[in-house]
Design a protein around this ligand. Structure first.
Ligand code: NDP
Length: 453
């Protein structure tokens, strides 16, 4: 059995059976059996069923948000926002079955046309930091395109995925179309990657596991999309609205207790603005509300586990340049205070590796050229921000930074209708927006000869 733990109390909140290879294989068999029927559902009916799923989820937002907040230890207000995004994601992709358009291409001797065909059974492997929202970024376009799904949530946070499976059946999605298997990544995740009847793996998680998945998928030439780690830069020029940049910076790295692949964990500040920026940042960090995830005002909860806290703490040794820290409650729970290290060199371990906890590095820079060079001096390229009042520079730097998603005078990363994904070792493929459907379809070309004998 798996004991599902509530990170804010360290108490077990549920016990669920642990699946192994046999259960995974059965789920793939069910998905395979359901595929011909699901792909044959007419586009309008498939759209209607996904709309019904969105409605059923919407009716349970509060329960789902509470479950997610307790299981991940994330603030209830964040969890509610995530559940709203889950609903919006199904609504967005409910429009897709009727819009999976092909081309007609002028050729000699006949008519040439293309179709966007589903892949078959797709395997989805998701992490514990945003369990249901990341699962839904994958499930919604996969189902809309006519695929059937085997979803493997992280063992630490399986509860909302199991709810999704139940709600989908209640909403009328046929049995076998969406299957959830809860078991260890090294066993059932691995089997899903290697299974000959699985056509594609979409994965979100660590770069290290992503590398293994790409290698494992090679044996059967599976399609793979990978959304991996990040070490994103929040670049603050001296001409920016420094108060606004400093007020927003804690949320951009300490939200979800820093367990966010988009965390702007490297705060690059133009040297002439360091003093006023740090003063404003210290004020913002001190004002953060860290505590019970179920309190409405809470902005940051605990880390997911004792192991994660140990890993995070290893980035802040005795002699680390701690500039200041935010509050943290005592007692049970995997708490770690919001921590700002400054000044940090981009060569330091804390600036190079994904910490996945509430630790930010402040790195000074001299000019635009150096800012871009530091921002790009990382194996990752997922997210980032630029703060400046100079519009031309904002766009110049946005184009120069090697990253999949970047915001100007904002720290937003994801929207349902816009593409999300990484450059470099942050992965490949795009989720959300219109591009995600490319990852769940194959283009088929059909030529029909029309010449008379
Ligand atoms: P993992 O990458 O190990 O886990 C992500 C998912 O992959 C989980 O469902 C996990 O299953 C599964 N998995 C693990 N091993 C395999 C495998 N060999 N084959 C197939 N699936 C597998 O992340 P961790 O939870 O271990 O977190 C470690 C670090 O990874 C974090 O500290 C952070 O740095 C990074 N991370 C990054 C994320 C991101 O969004 N970029 C998300 C999560 C982690 P299970 O856990 O059930 O065994």
């Amino acid at each position: 059995m798996i004991s599902v733990v509530e990170p804010a109390t360290e108490q077990t909140m549920a016990k669920i059976p642990r699946a192994g290879i046999e259960e995974l294989d059965s789920a793939v068999d069910r998905a395979r059996a359901a595929f011909p029927g699901w792909r044959a559902v007419s586009p309008g009916d498939r759209a209607a069923l996904i709309h019904r799923l969105a409605e059923a989820l919407e009716a349970q937002i509060e329960d789902l948000a509470t479950l997610e907040a307790r299981n991940v230890g994330k603030p209830i207000s964040d969890a509610r926002g995530e559940m709203e995004m889950v609903v919006a994601t199904y609504r967005y992709y409910a429009a897709a079955p009727e819009r999976l358009l092909g081309h007609t291409i002028p050729v000699a001797g006949g008519v040439d046309m293309t179709f966007r065909e589903p892949l078959g059974v797709v395997g989805l492997i998701v992490p514990w930091n945003f369990p249901l929202v990341i699962a839904s970024w994958k499930v919604a376009p996969a189902l809309a395109a006519g695929n059937t799904v085997v979803l493997k949530p992280a063992e630490l946070t399986p509860l909302t995925a199991l709810e999704l499976e139940r709600i989908a059946v209640e909403a009328g999605i046929p049995e076998g179309v969406l299957n959830v298997v809860v078991g260890p990544g090294s066993v059932v995740g691995r089997r899903l990657v290697e299974h000959p009847d699985v056509a594609k793996i979409a994965f979100t998680g660590s770069t290290e596991v992503g590398r293994g998945i790409a290698a494992g998928a090679a044996a059967t030439i599976k399609r793979v999309t990978l959304e991996l780690g990040g070490k994103s830069a929040n670049v603050i020029f001296a001409d920016a609205d420094l108060e606004a940049a400093a007020a927003a910076a804690p949320g951009a790295v300490f939200a979800n207790a820093g367990q966010d692949c988009c965390a702007r964990s490297r705060i690059l500040v133009e040297r002439t603005a360091i003093d006023p920026f740090m003063t404003a940042l210290e004020r913002a960090v001190a004002a953060m509300r860290v505590g019970d995830p179920l309190e409405e005002a809470t902005q940051m909860g605990p880390l997911i586990s004792a192991d994660q806290r140990e890993t995070v703490a290893s980035f802040v040794p005795e002699d680390a340049p701690v500039a200041f820290r935010g509050p943290t409650p005592g007692g049970a729970g995997y708490w770690y205070p919001p921590t700002v290290l400054a000044p940090v060199s981009n060569h330091d371990r804390a600036a190079r590796e994904e910490i996945f906890g509430p630790v930010a590095c402040v790195i000074p820079f001299e000019d635009e050229r150096e800012a871009v060079a530091i921002a790009n001096d990382t194996v990752y390229g997922l997210s980032g921000s630029i703060w400046t009042r100079d519009g031309a520079r904002a766009l110049r730097v946005a184009r120069a930074i090697e990253t999949g998603v970047i915001s100007i005078n904002s720290n937003s990363s994801v929207r349902v209708s816009t593409p999300f994904g990484g450059f470099k070792q942050s992965g490949f493929g795009r989720e959300l927006g219109p591009d995600a459907l490319d990852a769940y379809t194959e283009v088929k070309n059909v030529f029909y000869a029309t010449e008379e004998d």
